[in-house]
Structure formats: structure tokens, C-alpha cells
Write a protein that binds this ligand. Structure first.
Ligand code: FAD
Length: 486
């Protein structure tokens, strides 16, 4: 935040909305309203940051919800288009704007754009006010005693907890004193606003699964706190129970803030048992900050192995194996259930994300970047920091990662976390008739059972595309032979 206080005047001030499509706990909006000056709100359709795929659909829906919320209060989300620094600077000049407010971004493109824009605006004599809104703690605020970024989550989390509670949440402004758009700026917002792009092919369940307003986000949060927080430790790894918060898409689009989630969960921790569950949940939310801290310091997190010895991994490049994984046709029921859930809904349970990532990188020996990109294309919560960090974690290529030799057995994981096969039956209907004890290993069904339930192995459902024991042995051998490990 810049030091000087904005001077009272009648020139308008501008609030830029990016991945923060909400009115409550929006410091940029609150700061603009507090000036007492008339407020303009804008969004830039910037080709550099506009996304296609599921996340493009989700962010456009969230933006539309904000447009509606502003319009209900008599305002407008003015659409700018083009490169962010240039289009905003031109708009500011044409509209005679005195101050610009935004919430800070931490990804490489966002940081570069905002730095350029700030320099440009300040040169024009316009004051810039940026605020922390996306995370619990800004990426550079938690450092080791030596002043370096943490590399281990548990130590980072301990330091984060020692910092105390994240800042309090701001209420939505009671009244936004909207400015009329000055005539000279009207031509800059007169272009056609891109509509919500279509969902990717096959994502037929996403529309119904993900209601998309700020009020919806608050309802999802309240439902989690009321119904499922109490069982979080016991059930958060169970895809069949499906009782995690499902807040990730809402956090991604900024339909609610991490601080709002934090304080709602802390307020509900009224008994020792609830407090224990709350602490576990908050540590998961902490992983989100930890991922953003990593992206802040490692801007190429999505494509560079943070452990360089993995540059020598002899990844297989098999389009057939990759396609089988993407389409949920590997013959391993839990992997296929997860990949089909992702395809149809744009979301997958965290435990299953870990299983499918381990299977792709280790059993199929496929470069984690293939998986990262597929998730980026299909997830409604696709996040540049969380996705990249988690892929590097699962592949063993990241800092504080699961080591390569920890190879999840998809059958063992299935038996443990989906014991009756309820999750598998939801997403792999070909296996609905399989008895519980064979749902994780349908290839073991004998001929009599197959006849009884009308199941033809390899036809009704694929046979396993790799032998787990053999593939595991090869993965370990490749890892042992990495040059830097000799
Ligand atoms: P809850 O269990 O209710 O957790 C609450 C919140 O904590 C989540 O919404 C999320 O913001 C955060 N969180 C939980 N687990 C993690 C984690 N492992 N890493 C970082 N933050 C976490 N999450 C995304 O939001 N976007 C992604 O693109 C993404 N890609 C992933 C890719 C892989 C390979 C893996 C293994 C995990 C990925 N995750 C990603 C993390 C996690 O799977 C999701 O955040 C979680 O499943 C969302 O469901 P939820 O909101 O019900 O989680």
C-alpha cells in the first residue's frame, strides 16, 4: 500500500478486478470506497491472461456473477480489452482517474503486468494502492532465520502459525458510490464483451455441480463447516464419502477469500474435537499458501524439475498410454474413476489426484508435465501454483516432495480409501455389478461370475494396461540410474 493518503476530490478512482470476483473482503474495493470519491470498476480481457478450457469457463462465470452483483447496486464492471498495462493506462487517462486500486497478484505474468502498470501510472501522476487479498500470508512474509524461503512445509507451517491469525475480513461495502463513465472513456469500453466460453467436451456435470456466485461460495463454506468439519480428519482421504469442503474452485476465482475460510473455520472450533479437525483443515489451506510461495520464488515451477537430476529421467512418450490415462481407460478402477470424475465435473478428490499422478509418472513413466497440462485443461480449480507444486510433489521432482520410491499401489489405495467401491461404482458404471471384494481387481473375476453379471474382461472394461509389479521395478531402476544419484 503506498504511504500517502488519497486527497479528497471528485475525480473518480478505479478498482481493477482480476481473480477476485467478490465484494466482501476485497481490500481494493473497500479502499476505493473509503476515499469518498466516485468509483469505477473494471476488468481487462487480456489475451495474455485469458484462459480457455474449464478454468476459462469458470472464471468467466465468476466475472459474470460479479457483473450482476455490481449491476444490482446500480454499477457496471467496465470491460477493457488488450494488454493490461496499456489498456488500463489509456482508460485511466481518458477517464481522468486519480487513483487505482487492486489486489496483488503473485504469478509471473501478473507480477510483471502490475509492475509495468504501476510504473506507467505513477509516471502519469496517478497513485496506485495495492493490497493483500489472495492468500493468508503474502509469499515473502514467512522466511527462515537465515532469511531464505522455507523448503519444507512442516517448518513453514509452524512459522506461519507462529505469526498468529491472518488479518480480519472486511465486510462488503455498504454503499459503492459509482461514478458515471466519463464520455472520453466510453469508446474504450465499447467493444463486445466475450461471453462465457463453452465447457470442454464431456464436462457435462460441471454446470450443475458448481453454482457460481459469491453467495453460493458462502453457502458451500457454511455447509462444510456445519456438516463436515467435525469429520475432516477421519474422512478427508475418502473419495467415497466426498466430505471435503469443495471450496477450491471458489478460492481459485476469488468468490471467497482464504481469510474468510480461515476465520469461519476458526470460529466453528468450539470444542477440542472440532479444534483438532479445524487445525488439520487449516493446514491443508496452508498448502495453498505454500504453493504460492513456491511459485513466487520459482516462476518456472510448472515446467522445470526443481530437482535437476530428474532432467535425465527416461520418460516414456507413449500417446496410447497417455490417452488411456486421460480417458479413464487404464483398467485400474480407482485411477479410471478419478480421471472420469475430472472429465465430467472439472474436479477430482485430492486422494485420487495423488493416486492418478503417481500412476502416470511412475507406473506409466510419463513426464509429470503431461499430467500437469491435462489437469490445467480440465480442472475448474486449475491453479498455476497449486497444480504445478502438487505435480512436482507427486512426481518426486519438487522441493519437500514425496520421494520417487514411494509409489502408490492403485489397488491398495482403492481398498483402503474406497473400501466398498462406492466411488468407483459412481464413475465406472461398467463395474457396478462387481462384488465388493473384486471391485478393485475386476480382472480377477472368474468366468462363472463374469457370465452371471454379463461382464466380458477386456471388452466391458479394459484389462490393466501395465503390470504393477513390473512397472514399479522399472520405475525404481530408472530412478536409481539417474546420473546425479550415482
Ligand atoms: P479441502 O480438503 O477441503 O481443502 C481446503 C482447501 O485447502 C482446498 O480448497 C485448497 O485450496 C487447499 N488445499 C487442500 N489440499 C491442498 C494441496 N495438496 N495443495 C494445495 N492446496 C491444497 N488444488 C487446486 O486448488 N488447484 C489445482 O490446480 C490443484 N491441482 C492439484 C494437482 C495434483 C496432482 C494434486 C495431488 C493436488 C492438486 N490440488 C489442486 C490440491 C487439492 O487436490 C485440491 O485443492 C483439493 O482436492 C480441493 O478440494 P477441497 O476444496 O474439497 O479440499
Amino acid at each position: 500500500m503506498s504511504a500517502e493518503k488519497p486527497r479528497p476530490s471528485v475525480s473518480p478512482v478505479l478498482v481493477l478486478f482480476r481473480d477476485d470476483f467478490r465484494l466482501a473482503d476485497h481490500p481494493a474495493l473497500s479502499g476505493a470506497c473509503a476515499t469518498g470519491q466516485p468509483v469505477l470498476c473494471a476488468f481487462v480481457h487480456d489475451p495474455e491472461t485469458t484462459r480457455g478450457d474449464a478454468i476459462g469457463w469458470w472464471l468467466a462465470k465468476a466475472r459474470t456473477a460479479l457483473e450482476n452483483a455490481l449491476s444490482e447496486q446500480g454499477g457496471t464492471l467496465h470491460p477493457l480489452s488488450g494488454n493490461t498495462p496499456d489498456s488500463v493506462a489509456a482508460f485511466v487517462k481518458a477517464a481522468g482517474i486519480e487513483s487505482v486500486f487492486w489486489n496483488r497478484r503473485y504469478d509471473p505474468t501478473g507480477k510483471a503486468q502490475d509492475t509495468a502498470l504501476k510504473a506507467h501510472l505513477e509516471q502519469q501522476g496517478v497513485s496506485v494502492h495495492s493490497s493483500a487479498a489472495r492468500l493468508l500470508h503474502e509469499p515473502w512474509t514467512i522466511r527462515t532465520g537465515a532469511g531464505t524461503p522455507y523448503r519444507v512445509f512442516t517448518a513453514w507451517w509452524k512459522a506461519a502459525r507462529a505469526m498468529g491469525e491472518p488479518g480480519r475480513c472486511l465486510p462488503a461495502p455498504q454503499h459503492i458510490p459509482f461514478a458515471a463513465l466519463p464520455k472520453a472513456a466510453q469508446a474504450l469500453t465499447a467493444h463486445a464483451v466475450p461471453s462465457v466460453p463453452p465447457l470442454p467436451e464431456g464436462a457435462d456435470a460441471a454446470e450443475a455441480d458448481w453454482p457460481c456466485t459469491e453467495a453460493d461460495a458462502q453457502e458451500v463454506l457454511a455447509t462444510f463447516v456445519d456438516d463436515n468439519l467435525a469429520h475432516y480428519i477421519q474422512e478427508h482421504d475418502r473419495p467415497d464419502k466426498d466430505t471435503t469442503s469443495r471450496l477450491s474452485p471458489y478460492l481459485r476465482a476469488g468468490l471467497l477469500s482464504a481469510r474468510q475460510v480461515w476465520h469461519a473455520v476458526r470460529a466453528a472450533a468450539t470444542t477440542p474435537a472440532l479444534a483438532e479437525n479445524a487445525e488439520k483443515f487449516l493446514s491443508e489451506l496452508g498448502w495453498r499458501d505454500f504453493a504460492w510461495m513456491q511459485l513466487f520464488y520459482e516462476p518456472d515451477l510448472a515446467w522445470r524439475n526443481l530437482r535437476p537430476e530428474f532432467d535425465h529421467m527416461p520418460w516414456q512418450k507413449s500417446p496410447a498410454l497417455l490417452a488411456a490415462w486421460q480417458q479413464g481407460q487404464t483398467g485400474y478402477p480407482l485411477v479410471d474413476a478419478g480421471m472420469r470424475q475430472l472429465y465430467a465435473t472439472g474436479w477430482m478428490h485430492n486422494r485420487v489426484r495423488m493416486v492418478v499422478a503417481s500412476f502416470l509418472t511412475k507406473h506409466l513413466l510419463t513426464d509429470w508435465r503431461e499430467g500437469e497440462q491435462w489437469f490445467q485443461a480440465r480442472l475448474v480449480d486449475a491453479d498455476p501454483a497449486q497444480n504445478a507444486m502438487n505435480w512436482q510433489w507427486c512426481a518426486g521432482t519438487g522441493i519437500d516432495a514425496s520421494p520417487w520410491f514411494r509409489i502408490f499401489n492403485p489397488v491398495g489405495q482403492s481398498e483402503k480409501f474406497d473400501p466398498t467401491g462406492a466411488y468407483i461404482r459412481t464413475w465406472v458404471p461398467e463395474l457396478r455389478q462387481m462384488p465388493d471384494k473384486l471391485i478393485h481387481t475386476p480382472w480377477k473375476a472368474d468366468a462363472t461370475l463374469c457370465r452371471q453379471i454379463g461382464f466380458t474382461p477386456g471388452k466391458s472394461y479394459p484389462n490393466p494396461i501395465v503390470d504393477l509389479k513390473l512397472a514399479r521395478g522399472i520405475a525404481l531402476e530408472c530412478w536409481k540410474n539417474l546420473p546425479a544419484r550415482k
